[in-house]
Design a binder for this molecule. Sequence first.
Ligand SMILES: [Zn+2]
Length: 336
Amino acid sequence: METLQQSPFSNDQYTVGWICALPIELAVAKGTLDEEHGAPQTPTAEADQNAYLLGRVGNFKVVVACLPNDQISSVSAAVVAGDIVSTFPKIRIGLLVGIGAGIPDEDNDSRLGDVVFSSDKESGGVVVYDFGKRLADGSFQRISILNRPPRSLSSALVQLEAAHMTRETHISHYIDTMLQKHPIMRKAGYRRPAQDTDRLFDAHYQHSAGRTCKGCDPSEEVSREPRQDKYPLWTIATGDSVIKHAPTREELKQTHNAICLEMEASGLMNNFPCLIIGGISDCADSHKNDRWHAYAAAAAAGCAKEVLQYVLPKEVDLASAAKDVLGQGTNFETVR
Ligand SMILES: [Zn+2]
């Protein structure tokens, strides 16, 4: 039986929190670490329900924290953040790495397997929708715009964006390395699925039946040109509910120019200094299935690793500890 060794490093030597919500997201985080350290030296408080995995990515000692299985919502993301910074008091930046639904359109041509960041040049951050607070006239009662990611991560993103103009991303290389290290993952969809399984249907066309779109009418499919540019940076809309309703998706898109929806981020991004990195796994419509989930999670993890390459350890050291920022709630702006 595999037992988790104890990390040779004390809890206060870890400065980066990598937060995820699903077992596949935890698996790809593990597969992406350059080195695994094992379990925390100082055990967590009893109330702390997070699963932790410690390790190194590039220059950073990283805490991977996974949400408790039964509590996937933005509320638990806030609890997770509180627990993580009390167990690891020197964490300064956070990465929320996982899968989300994309909102495709002619301008923002997002495709399955793309990776999206919570850093948009115009709006500055994340758009939060709350599906439960829908008013009778169909508008959203509460839409909030959250803060930009911390400076060290924003400047790393600029560097990464520039790097991608001169070279390919390292995502596929990182996935290959992960599959070499953990061969059993080769059978589980972590490789990029065939392009013809990325099908987008007209927003008003409902899924016929079954787990795949085999029975769906091909004439309702939106025809899209093959696309070269793979990793655009756009706003993420985030909320507590999974969207499987194309008209709602269209509304979010038009109101907020958002291209990706994330579920777990809203409670965390509120005041934890973090960057959301989301791999697009479906199109937020009734045709939603899980064929692209594993690859989208792996692509997001690879991208997180690439971002960390451009983060300067010095800037991270100079930043305030997340525990001092958490709960201040000063960077939360609500618009209607
Ligand atoms: Zn379908």
